[in-house]
Design a binder for this molecule. Structure first.
Ligand code: MLT
Length: 283
């Protein structure tokens, strides 16, 4: 799968499908693009799908001083500029949602649609940021086994089966302590995106697991209510990683939303564009 050198990092991504309708999948902390495997399969028939490893995670390299959430968004835009993708439907789960908000702040016209999964628009409180700093220090000292033990019970709901628990445990184990620490500090310093919500003009879907203990349904409801015309879909008996725990319902809701987006506006211009299926209008 491709890796590109952009903005000082080697950015790795998984790509499947083809066509003008691009979907970008942004993963949760401290996982990698592999968490989207089922969604890549479910969407690639009809969409061009890119699941990106954030810098420091999966097969993407880290910046020596760590990446901010804004860096992660700039990486996505640099990758899409390189691939000549002018706009996309962006699907962000948790930390991926924080990156989606940075995309919104940096280049709102890039977002053809937005899917916010198990995430929140608010910034950390001072107390939450202090906890992240402490966690970052401990991750460096104790390693990713400790990180996985701490996070697993919060990432998955009470109904998660052993197979999924093992898979997520293994995925966390692929992160480095440095990437975990850097991402915690980046999330602690992330923006409060609340004021951006009423300005969102693209079609938006909010997805949340009914048993999400990190970003609970009440947060999702408040977020959806603040976004004009946003749709909200709660996934029954799923925790924070709802794409993994409620795979079938998640994929159905996502596919239904993406398949019914307005088609791309016809290319206007100077004879380069070709609008398939549209007869020329006599003037
Ligand atoms: C995630 O799943 O990305 C994290 O739970 C986000 C966070 O710690 O705020």
């Amino acid at each position: 799968m491709p890796t590109l050198e952009l903005r000082g990092v080697h950015l790795h991504y998984v790509e499947a499908g083809h066509g003008p309708d691009v979907v970008i999948l942004l993963h949760a902390f401290p996982l990698h693009a592999g968490m989207w495997t089922e969604q890549v399969h479910a969407l690639s028939n009809g969409h061009r799908v890119l699941a990106i490893d954030a810098s420091g995670f999966g097969e993407s390299t880290a910046r020596p001083a760590g990446s901010t959430i804004a860096d992660q968004a700039a990486d996505v835009l640099a990758l899409c500029d390189h691939l000549r993708i002018p706009s996309a439907a962006v699907v962000g789960l948790s930390m991926g949602g924080y990156v989606a908000f940075e995309l919104l702040a940096a280049r709102p016209e890039f977002l053809r649609a937005l899917v916010l999964c198990d995430t929140r628009a608010t910034a950390d409180t001072a107390e939450a940021a202090a906890k992240r700093e402490a966690f970052a220090g401990e991750a460096l000292e104790r390693g990713v086994g400790w990180v996985a033990e701490q996070l697993l019970p919060k990432l998955l709901g009470p109904h998660a089966d052993l197979r999924l628990k093992n898979a997520v445990f293994a995925m966390i184990g692929q992160a480095t302590p440095a990437a975990v620490a850097d991402a915690q500090l980046a999330m602690a310093a992330r923006r409060d995106a609340t004021e951006l919500l009423p300005s969102i003009t693209c079609p938006t879907l909010v997805l949340v697991g009914s048993e999400d203990a990190i970003t609970p349904p009440s947060d999702a409801r408040a977020m959806a209510a603040a976004i004009p015309h946003a749709r909200l879909h709660e996934l029954h008996a799923a925790g924070h990683l709802s794409n993994l725990e409620a795979r079938v319902g998640f994929n159905r809701a996502l596919r239904e939303f993406l398949d019914h987006l307005p088609k791309h506006p016809p290319k206007h211009g100077h004879g380069h564009g070709h609008d398939h299926g549209t007869a020329p209008v006599p003037v």
